[in-house]
Design a protein. Structure first.
Length: 94
């Protein structure tokens, strides 16, 4: 393959990747979970749901409570992160 063809292919790939990433939106890592607490004394009595975002920071697990609307935003941001990781894997195949 000639140098011009290779350069052209790389420029096209770069353009495609930048367009995909530009449309990704907010990105965060972690997991959002929904929790409900059931009373041990009265199984009919429940509290929640509560939403929690969990992620790793410097090899420590960190959990933050979220509102329902925040949980929706964070779930989308986590999905965006997964899409971004597919677009730009940490160990790309050559």
């Amino acid at each position: 393959m000639g140098e011009n063809a290779k350069l052209s292919r790389l420029k096209n790939r770069y353009k495609t990747l930048t367009e995909q990433l530009a449309n990704t939106g907010l990105i965060v890592q972690g997991t959002v979970t929904e929790r409900t607490i059931v009373s041990e004394s009265d199984r009919e009595l429940t509290y929640g749901p509560y939403y929690q975002w969990t992620r790793k920071i410097r090899q420590k697990t960190v959990t933050v409570n979220l509102t329902r609307s925040q949980a929706k935003i964070f779930r989308q941001a986590i999905e965006n992160n997964r899409k971004m990781e597919k677009i730009m894997p940490l160990n790309p195949r050559r």
